[in-house]
Structure formats: C-alpha cells, structure tokens
Design a protein around this ligand. Structure first.
Ligand SMILES: Nc1ncnc2c1ncn2[C@@H]1O[C@H](COP(=O)(O)OP(=O)(O)OP(=O)(O)O)[C@@H](O)[C@H]1O
Length: 545
C-alpha cells in the first residue's frame, strides 16, 4: 500500500498539476487557433473565384502561356519564392542584374562567356507555394502544383481572385494568350508527346528559320507553302463538301536533305506551333495516341518523325494490315519486341490509322510525316486523304550546292538570307554585321561570290552528297570561302572513300548477322528434329494417330 502511495504522490504534488494544466491549456489554444485559421481560410476562400489550369490544357490556355505572362509581371520579379531556370520562356525573360535586382532582359547579347553564349535567367513561380500579385486592381493568389502520378494528375496552376464575377480571370487569360502569341511572332513553340501522361509537354521555343535558308529545287518551297496556306483558308470549303478538314504531307528521301528544316520553316512562316510524336517511344499505345491526337489544337503542325522507324521498331502490326515493311535482321527472329524499349510500345497500325483520322482526331491540323524509307510504309498509311502531298528529297544537285555556298558566305551585293529574321527595331544590316564580327568572315565582292559558288558547284557531283554533308564541309571552312573552293575536290574524294569504307563495314556486319541467323535456325531445326524423333520413339503409337 505504501508503495502505491509513493507512486501516486508526485501526481498529487503541485508541480505536476501545474504542468498538466499548462499542457491542457496549450493544447486547447492550439486547437482553437487551428480551427479559427481553417475557418478563416474557408471564409476567405468563399469570396475567391478560382481558375484551375491543368497541363492537359497546355496547347490552349495552360501554364506555359500563364507562366510566360507571369514571368513578365514586375510584381512577379519581387516575389520571394521562385524557381530559376535558364530555359528561355520568352523573348523578354525576367533576368537578374549583377546587383541582384530582377529586371527584364531585352538584350540579345552575343558575347561568349567561358565559350558559352550568355543565357537568360528566367524566374518562374515555385511549385507548391501560394504567390500573391496585384493585377488591374485585384490581388491574385497563384499556386502551381507539381506533377503527381500517384494522384493521376499532371502539373496545375491555380489562380484565385476576390471578385464579383470572372471577368478579371478571363481578361488575364486573354492577355497571357496575346503575349504568348506575340512572342510566337519570332519563335516556333515545340510540344512533345508525353507517353506517360498521354498529354503534350512544352519543349521550348525555337527561333524561326527563314524559308530563304532552305535550298530546294525551284518551285518546291512555293508549292508546299501555297498548299498549306490554301488549306488553312479553306475550312468552309471542306465543311460544305463534308470532307474532313485535314491535310497530310509526306516528306520522304535521303537523310540530311532538309525535310525537318523545311517543316520548321513552314511553321515559322505560318505562325504555327509544332507537335512532335515519336511513334516508337516507350509507353506509346493506341489509347495514348488517340488521346494525344484528340488534344492537338485545331491550327498547328503535327509532326510524325521517322515514320518507317515506327514500323520496324516500335509498332506492332495487326493481322489486318496490308503493308510489308522490311523487318531488320535482328528483329526477324519471331519476336515483335523492340530491344530498345523492351517492347513497351504497343501501338498497332490500325491504332495509328484510327488516331489519325478517327472521330477524336483534331480538325484543321497539318500533318507532316517524314521517312527515309518510303518503300517500308504501309500503303494504307500513305494513301491520299492521309498523306495528300508527297515530296521526294534527294541528294544535292549542282544548283543546290551553288545556292548553299551563296547562303553561307556574306557578300556585299547579295542579300544575306538571315535578314528576314530581323527583329523589331533592328536595321537590315545590323544582325549580319554582328555575326561577321563574331567570326571574322571576309566579305566577298559580288563577282567573286558568283565565281566561287560556280566553281564550288562544279566540283560537287550531281545527286551524290547530302545538303547536310555540304553544310558540314562549309561549316568547317566558314571563315575561308576561297580555300573551301580550292579544297572541295579533295574533300569529295575523301568523302567517297569514307562512304565506301562504311558501306563495306555495313555489308560485312550484315553478312555476319545473316550467317549467325542461319546458324541459329539450323540449330533450332536440328533440335526440333531430335525432339520429334525422341517423342516418336517413346510413344510409337502417337505417330500413327
Ligand atoms: N535543302 C536544304 N537546305 C538548307 N539546309 C539544309 C538542307 N538540307 C539539309 N540542310 C541542313 O542539314 C541539316 C540537317 O537537315 P534536316 O534535319 O532538315 O534533314 P532531314 O532530311 O530531316 O534529315 P533526316 O532524314 O536524317 O532527319 C540541317 O542543319 C540543315 O540546315
């Protein structure tokens, strides 16, 4: 009994009583505080209008437009929590001066620092934090959430405002869209298919490439550009005739002949964004592709790159398909699996065709598909209605070689091709001059240019070198136009030797692979025969059944 008393005695003492009281009072106060805070938040929230922008809306009014807009707001620069990125979100990114102040950097500085061109530093809203900025007489509360696969949603931007109606939010979205489009006057925005989410991810914006820098046989560029423009203006015409408002272009031919470059130029010329899909990407499936196609905005370029690679590597062809793609040796051995992606692309040809022109497919888009091997394509894929215009890209002609040379070196009289990209307020001469200064390229006289470009073209064999190869040679000689002409014949010989060597190596490799395959098949046949012999000797009657 004494022992129990001894145990309970400290509880009865005044110190413990006081401590307990303090704990109870403290706990009650904290609970009351939390309850009041949450009640206050609930009360305040009831006055807020809130708009949610999910990643799924990227192409239309989603975060890139808003983040681009936010990054330009002076109030945003004063925000106390932000992510810093060197990915340019717009031409006028918000940047930090040497004194630490945030400022808008409009400067296209070409100076190199440690071999790198100076990069703009952009300030973006930190995720999972609420930021407050003042906009047209209203306080906006802005929160960006991160992607969360577990909860099945991608990144999201939430904007709340105290207002009687949603006019202010509408105004903000329109302003952000306008600013973004203004930025797009100088750049082409690229979106990549995200096969994890089945949505489009903004992959950055590229400086527009002038059409004049693409050297194709006369008339080709004008034809394709006119066709694209005509299509974009013909919505009513298509609707009146009940024809799906879509147009497909198949650019096929040798590698490095300008297919991708032409598409980027057309996008710049027509002010369209590019949506790129790699059909053989890991995780690609019929459903994902259909979902992606349904989320393509109406006016854009949809680019399916290396269409043939999808057939031979990623796309599993269903029984109904009619084409006969060439299967690479390594994949012929009874397996449909792609060694590069563990066979995780489960896209079928019928899935691809349905997503291109099924009910969910977007109208008004220009579909561009590129391939180096047109003979591998399924006829169903390249038929008119899916691919309406076919353009064959060949190795460089002499005429192309001459034009590439002229485009490459500055000339006093000839107009420099980069002029058409000149930005606002920039005189026609400024930009080329800056570039000449940066790499000290001699300026050729007109007569000299004509003579050199002709001699250069004479040394280039017709339809043998790709334009990319010529560009590579000229790049190595970008400050030595005369030497480039004098040494070109020698380069052609070396290129031929190199190609001959690569071809021989490839043939040897293929012959070895073929031999290995034949050997494997012979062994399998032998094993099969042995097994059959064994079975028939164990169960002699089974062979007569
Ligand atoms: N016709 C051309 N006019 C101007 N530049 C060209 C042309 N063809 C190729 N080039 C240059 O060569 C490089 C590769 O071109 P591009 O990627 O457009 O070729 P491609 O045909 O799409 O090649 P691939 O089939 O291998 O994807 C680019 O840097 C581009 O500037």
């Amino acid at each position: 009994m004494d022992k129990v008393k001894n145990l309970l005695s400290p509880l009865a003492s005044g110190t413990i009583n006081d401590t307990l009281k303090l704990v109870v009072i403290g706990g009650t106060m904290e609970t009351a505080r939390r309850a009041s805070v949450s009640a206050w938040n609930g009360f305040v929230d009831s006055f807020f209008l809130t708009a949610h922008f999910s990643q799924e809306d990227y192409p239309v009014s989603g975060p890139p437009q808003l983040i681009h807009w936010l990054s330009k707001q002076p109030a945003w620069g004063r925000s106390r929590e932000f992510d810093i990125t060197t990915r340019t979100v717009g031409r006028n990114a918000v940047t930090q001066s040497t004194t630490g102040d945030l400022l808008v950097d409009d400067d296209e500085d070409d100076t190199l620092v440690h071999g790198h061109k100076k990069r703009k530093v952009a300030f973006e809203p930190s995720p999972e934090t609420t930021h407050t900025i003042y906009y047209r007489g209203h306080w906006l509360r802005i929160t960006r959430t991160k992607r969360n696969k577990d909860y099945g949603h991608a990144s999201e931007l939430k904007i709340s405002v105290v207002a009687r109606n949603n006019a202010i939010l509408k105004q903000l979205v329109l302003e952000a869209k306008r600013e973004y489009e203004k930025d797009a006057e100088h750049r082409v925005h690229i979106y990549m298919a995200d096969t994890t989410w089945g949505c489009w991810t903004w992959a950055g914006a590229r400086q527009k490439r002038p059409m004049s820098s693409i050297v194709l046989e006369p008339g080709v560029k004008d034809m394709i550009l006119a066709d694209c423009k005509d299509f974009l203006y013909s919505e009513d015409w298509y609707a009146e005739r009940g024809i799906p408002f879509r147009r497909g272009y198949l650019l096929h031919g040798v590698p490095g002949s300008g297919k991708t470059s032409l598409i980027h130029s057309i996008a710049g010329e027509l002010g369209l964004d590019i949506y790129v899909v790699s059909l053989s990407a890991k995780g690609m499936s019929d459903n994902k592709l259909t979902k992606l196609m349904g989320r393509v905005p109406s006016r854009c370029i949809l680019l399916l790159e290396d269409l043939d690679a999808a057939f031979t590597r990623g796309v599993s062809r269903d029984e109904k398909s009619t084409g006969a793609p060439i299967t690479p040796i390594g994949l012929m051995h009874g397996s449909k699996k792609d060694p590069d992606n563990d066979g995780e692309s489960t896209l079928s040809l019928s899935g691809l065709l349905n997503s291109l022109d099924g009910v969910a497919a977007a109208e008004g888009r220009l579909l561009f598909a590129t391939t180096n091997h047109i003979e591998r394509l399924d006829p169903a894929l390249s038929r008119p209605g899916r691919m309406d215009v076919w353009i064959n890209f060949k190795n460089a002609t002499k005429w192309q070689a001459e034009e590439i040379f002229k485009n490459f070196f500055p000339c006093k009289a000839l107009e420099p091709p980069i002029q058409s990209t000149s930005q606002e307020g920039e005189t026609a001469e400024q930009k080329p001059k800056a570039k000449r200064k940066a790499c000290s390229v001699p300026i050729l006289e007109e007569a000299e240019m004509i003579d050199l470009s002709k001699r250069f073209a004479d040394a280039i064999p017709e339809d043998e070198m790709s334009v990319a190869a010529l560009q590579g040679y000229l790049l190595r000689n970008k400050t030595r136009p005369k030497e480039a002409v004098e040494e070109v014949a020698e380069w052609v010989i070396k290129e031929r030797e190199m190609r001959e060597k690569l071809k021989k190596e490839k043939e040897e490799r293929e012959a070895k692979e073929r031999k290995e395959l034949q050997e494997r098949e012979r062994k399998e046949r032998e094993e099969k025969t042995v097994k059959e012999v064994c079975i028939s000797s164990v169960h002699p009657a089974s062979s007569h059944v």
